[in-house]
Design a protein around this ligand. Structure first.
Ligand code: ATP
Length: 552
């Protein structure tokens, strides 16, 4: 503050004798209203006690500071600052003491600079901290007094800096710096530094850090859960059987244990594998699918383990990671594992035991971290008995087994599935969602579904594509009846010719008939026949083989 400012703010002075009588007044203190106040001993005693007293006149707001002097009292009257300051002094009888506390608080030091960046005030504790004696810093440029200060910058920019860390005397301190304005103009800046014990600060910062990490973990878990639940919701159905499947997935997914998914073709094994992956902690890794039935024997090793550059003719110049490497930190989904050649089974077993892969043509074994999920529509136990599947591999892949029900075990889910596919197909073909006649539900619930949900989807798709009215009726499905004979009626037609009365024999016979019809209808084209039946090609080949037909 300049000399000029200082004289301007003092508006008047008065001297009282020791009895409280007014002896002399100067400036605004000569105003009769003020003189009357000052001439009152009680008022003087109260002013002494409070150290600061407000004087509110209609045209003036003043602050009186009264001190004892030899033989009487001296009162200095100055202009009040803002209304807030005035209210503070008016309402807090110990306002002076608070100001004194703020200026001398040993845990919360203060420094004030003027517009010329000179130190106008610095708390005694702060001065001591910098090894200066009382008053030594005042009047000096703040940069020469406070290490790493930015108060001069705050004076220049007028921008506050709150909660920053300042390195001083080998310590990290939390500081806040604020510009101070009068009539909109920056007249100085105030800096405050927390001098709390370093242990307290460290403990506080550690606690904040711990809480932040905890929150991050919860956030990640919630995100994973929400994302995972979306995949679980994709498994449509409210039957007890499908509810139990969803419950098993929920329980098993977070555990890093191998899972075997068993179920007929088209029952949703791949959907389950996706949900298991997305509901596990590995969801940000990849879900890599290997179709074991389609693995060409000559390329098994390079497919599964990858290869190094130039390891065989036709190999990629840079080399390529195999499926296991791609699944590192993720999940490997071995689909149709029952159809895996015995030789390949041994190779697979080695990786499952050691979790180490070596690229073809390479010499650097690599550890891979994956969760194993396998699926089959085969009866693996029988395969093991027949020597077509390794027992040790069977144990490795099946600590937990999820068995998916065939569609005939949950016919009550058909209406839900129909609605789901209708909405899905409408999206896929960019058409409005069709209305569905209620008797479509009962009609489709009466059919036989050897190809399960995949077959139901195909049937829906064909009907949807040809339905031009925006309303699907039974007629839209009747044309496809060759591929979905009514289960109950067919059973009664075929039972007289069946070898025995058992359901299994009847179903096998019916299946053989349907396959035969499809092969005839598509003039031996197995791809089309499999599509029409809603089964995978490999399933059709196996069936033809079993029926003694020519799979090729
Ligand atoms: N519960 C279900 N809800 C909705 N769609 C399903 C459901 N189950 C299967 N699907 C759908 O049926 C089709 C076949 O499912 P998926 O490929 O998962 O069967 P799969 O058991 O793996 O068959 P395959 O053994 O022939 O490979 C997919 O289009 C899938 O989205």
């Amino acid at each position: 503050m300049s000399e000029k400012d200082r004289t301007i703010s003092i508006q008047g002075v008065a001297v009282n004798d020791s009895e409280g009588g007014l002896l002399w007044s100067f400036g605004i203190a000569t105003d009769p209203r003020i003189e009357e106040m000052l001439d009152d001993e009680e008022w003087i005693q109260e002013a002494i006690a409070a150290r600061m007293r407000p004087i509110l006149l209609t045209d003036h707001k003043l602050i009186a500071i009264t001190s004892e002097i030899a033989g009487g009292y001296l009162t200095v009257l100055s202009d009040s600052a803002s209304d807030v300051v005035m209210n503070f002094i008016l309402n807090v009888p110990f306002a002076y003491d608070i100001l004194n506390h703020i200026l001398t608080d040993p845990y919360d030091a203060m420094a004030v600079v003027d517009a010329k960046e000179k130190v106008a005030f610095i708390s005694p504790i702060h001065e001591k901290f910098f090894g200066m004696h009382n008053g030594e810093g005042v009047g000096k440029n703040v940069r020469d007094v406070i290490e790493n200060t930015r108060l001069h910058k705050v004076v220049r920019t007028g921008i506050a800096e709150v909660g920053q860390i300042q390195h001083m005397q080998g310590n990290e301190r939390v500081v806040s710096r604020h510009p101070i304005r009068r009539d909109g103009k920056v007249v100085g800046a105030i800096g405050r530094v927390m001098f709390k014990g370093p242990q307290q600060l460290e403990a506080m910062s550690k606690r904040i850090h711990d809480l932040e990490s905890e929150i991050a973990v919860y956030k990640k878990e919630t995100r994973q859960k929400v994302k995972g639940e979306e995949f679980l919701d994709m498994i449509i159905g409210q039957s007890l059987a499908i509810q139990s499947v969803r419950e098993q997935i929920r329980k098993i997914a977070p555990l890093d244990i191998p899972v075997l998914i068993q179920g007929e073709s088209g029952t949703g094994k791949e959907l389950v594998a996706q949900a298991l992956h997305m509901m596990s902690a590995r969801q940000s890794g990849r879900l890599v699918t290997i179709n074991a039935a389609a693995l060409p024997e000559t390329l098994v090793e390079s497919e599964l383990f990858g290869y190094e550059a130039g390891s065989f003719t036709g190999a990629d110049r840079k080399g390529r990671p195999g499926k296991f490497e791609q699944a590192d930190k993720g999940t490997i989904f071995l689909d149709e594992i029952g159809d895996m050649a015995l030789d390949t089974q041994s190779k697979l077993l080695r990786v499952l035991q050691d979790r180490i892969v070596e690229r073809v043509g390479g010499d650097k074994p690599k550890h891979v971290d994956f969760r194993l999920c396998s699926a089959t529509n085969r009866d693996l136990e029988t395969f093991v008995e027949e020597g077509r599947f390794r027992l040790d591999l069977f144990y490795r892949i099946s600590p937990v087994v999820i068995v998916l029900p065939g569609l005939e075990e949950r016919l009550e889910d058909i209406p839900l599935l129909i609605n789901h596919f209708a909405a899905d197909l409408a999206k896929q073909y960019n058409r409005p969602v069709p209305e569905i006649d209620p008797d479509v539900h009962s009609f489709l619930m009466e059919q036989d579904w050897p190809g399960n949900i995949r077959q139901l989807r195909h049937v829906m798709e064909r009907a949807f594509v040809f339905c031009e009215t925006g309303r699907m009726s039974v007629a839209d499905f009747q044309s496809q009846q060759a591929s979905m004979k009514p289960a109950r009626k067919v059973a009664s037609v075929t039972s007289p010719q069946a070898k025995t009365g058992s359901l299994k024999d009847n179903l096998e016979e019916l299946e053989a008939k349907l396959i035969n019809d499809a092969i005839i209808r598509f003039k031996g084209n197995k791809k089309k026949a499999a599509e029409h039946l809603g089964v995978s090609r490999s399933y059709l080949y196996k069936k033809l083989e079993a029926l003694g037909g020519d799979p090729d």
